[in-house]
Design a protein around this ligand. Structure first.
Ligand code: FES
Length: 568
């Protein structure tokens, strides 16, 4: 197969002319024949004024280019979609698959022998890895890295666990307008991704565990010089991969590496979103994430990383304690050390080089875990025949077994309108239910699963309630929250049948979520459900593609025709 500039020639019916034309035009940018004869490493550029999490991307691109050139190859930077959480309407998840398609097709369309994808804000690394897996070109991932921590009145702050905690205090009247404004300027004190174990940090750690990025690359803070040096080293690594035509993602992503990623996901107290994204990545290969196997791993794998929202520290502390290599060392036999990484080294080599940091307490030994079980559990029951997820490491112990009266919200809009209504009939031991917030119903499965505590209860000191939905939740949130109920209500899942006043039972130890209504009554309710056609928002364009082809959470919310084997 042709390589370098000769790869994937534009179709003019004359290959010689196609190359002649390509060279003529690229020479307009001042490239020499020497440069153009080298193996090419493509580098994605996801810098955007709308994406402050990626604020250091220009510096990382420069460093990666330097690394590529030091190793004798030719870097070519190209733009792709960038997605930032708080600048994506209706929700970033709606755009993840679009970014994956854009990135995959630009990798395919343009001549390159290897690619470096630089990302970090929640949906970007999953989208880029989904793309890289489908294109199956040698790929190195460079996460942008986490922000450094903020400070307020002597307290350490982290986006966005403390965003939510302090906003809840503001809603409860515990802090005033002036203080919440001051906090607003201190929660995100640098570029980079949220510095708690949210989705961005989770996916960076999962990427490192999959062997797709360099050791320590998940945790180096975004503003640190070490982050830039890691980008340079990633550039060198990608150049070597371009020369040797491997390893490709299909060589690195094996059942062992996916299992390692799931072990790390549980042990870091990872985001529930991480499970959906890992499922989508696996769906692009011939491997699958099995929810029951993931749950079984969770009973075996302890949470060892002491980070918010499950624990106390922040990403920079995880980094200074030895990062993912040290974590994998502590996990011992739970990790398959024969799994390979982009450098050609195995995880055994990575773990052998893990730093020993005397006195660190961010990465616990297995004998003294943060939680004896993993971060997440998969629930089933008559409310969730295809599963639901709870991050029980960040939930209230007293609510993990709970039966309560349902208070139902029809949609995110309905919840927004009514949740703070003083006339809302709600008690602290009720179960808040949100539906029509799944992949198809919302659309895009927004992070609305963290239903706020109704104002009138928050003001009496209620901090947590059982909340259930077909939505997602930010990985930075804390609470007894059941998410990803599958099938979602918009496609006829049983969540659509719940009525205010019904009893719902949550039993995390038993892995159950049940609606305590008899089958005959449920059948009567189902018969009364009126089928609706394609909604107005999905009349055309990407919205229509999304609506018609999005899969459920247990399939990773990828488009059905994007799976490894194509549409089933
Ligand atoms: Fe970008 Fe949290 S908002 S990582």
């Amino acid at each position: 197969m042709a390589d370098g500039l000769r790869k994937g020639l534009t179709s003019y019916g004359d290959a010689g002319f196609s190359l002649f034309l390509r060279k003529a035009f690229i020479k307009a940018a001042g490239y020499s024949d020497d440069a153009l004869d080298r193996p090419i490493v493509g580098i994605t550029n996801t810098y955007s004024d709308y994406n402050p999490c990626h604020g250091n991307v220009p510096a990382l691109i420069e460093a990666a280019k330097r690394g590529v050139m030091l190793a004798g190859a030719m870097p070519m930077v190209f733009p792709t979609i960038s997605i930032a959480e708080s600048f994506s309407h209706p929700t970033s998840m709606y755009l993840r698959n679009l970014m994956a398609m854009d990135t995959e097709e630009m990798i395919r369309a343009q001549p390159m022998d290897a690619v470096i994808v630089i990302g970090g804000c929640d949906k970007t690394l999953p989208a880029q890895i989904m793309a890289a897996v489908s294109a199956d070109l040698p790929t190195v991932v460079i996460p942008v890295g986490p922000m450094v921590v903020g400070h307020h009145k002597g307290e350490v702050l982290g986006a966005c666990t403390d965003c939510r905690r302090l906003w809840a205090k503001y809603r409860a009247g515990e802090i005033d307008d002036a203080e919440i404004e001051a906090v607003n300027g201190r929660l995100a004190p640098s570029v980079g991704t949220c510095m708690v174990m949210g989705t961005a940090s989770t996916m960076a750690c999962v990427t490192e565990a999959l062997g797709l990025s360099l050791p320590m690359s998940a945790t180096i803070p975004a503003p640190h010089a070490e982050r830039v040096r890691s980008a340079e080293a990633s550039g060198k690594c990608a150049a070597e991969m371009a020369k040797h035509k491997g390893p490709r993602p299909s060589e690195l992503l094996t059942p062992a590496s996916f299992r390692n990623a799931q072990v790390v996901l549980q042990a870091i107290g990872g985001s529930t979103n991480g499970l959906v994204h890992l499922t989508a990545i696996a769906g692009r290969t011939s491997h699958r994430i099995d929810l029951d196997a993931f749950d079984a791993l969770g009973r075996e794998v302890p949470v060892l990383v002491d980070l918010k929202p499950s624990g106390a520290h922040y990403m920079e502390h995880f980094h200074h304690a030895g990062g993912v290599p040290k974590l994998m060392k502590q996990l011992g036999g739970l990790i398959d050390l024969d799994a390979k990484t982009v450098t050609g080294a195995t995880l055994r080599d990575v773990v052998a080089n893990a730093e020993e940091v005397p006195g660190q307490d961010a990465i616990r030994p297995r004998a003294d875990p943060i939680k004896p079980e993993g971060a997440m559990a998969v629930l089933r029951g008559n409310l969730a025949p295809r599963g639901a997820v709870i991050k029980h490491s960040a939930a209230s112990e007293r609510l993990l077994r709970h039966t309560g009266r349902a208070v139902v919200f029809e949609s995110v809009e309905d919840m927004t309108l009514r949740i703070d209504d003083p006339a809302l009939d709600v008690r602290a031991d009720d179960v808040l239910v949100l539906r029509n917030a799944g992949p198809k119903g919302a659309p895009g499965m927004p992070e609305a699963g963290y239903l706020p505590i109704p104002m009138k209860l928050a003001r009496t000191g209620v901090k947590d309630m059982v909340r259930i939905s077909d939505a997602r939740m930010s990985g930075t949130a804390f609470g007894t929250i059941v998410l990803h109920i599958t099938p979602e209500s918009a496609v006829g899942g049983p969540l659509a049948l719940v009525r205010t006043g019904d009893q719902i039972r949550l039993d995390v130890a038993g892995r159950r979520i049940d609606l305590l209504v008899d089958d005959a009554e449920l059948q009567r309710r189902r018969a009364a459900v009126v089928e609706t056609g394609r909604p107005e928002w999905a009349a055309r364009g990407y919205a229509r593609l999304f609506h018609d082809t999005i899969t459920q959470a247990d399939d990773g919310c990828d488009f059905d025709f994007m799976r490894g084997e194509g549409k089933r």
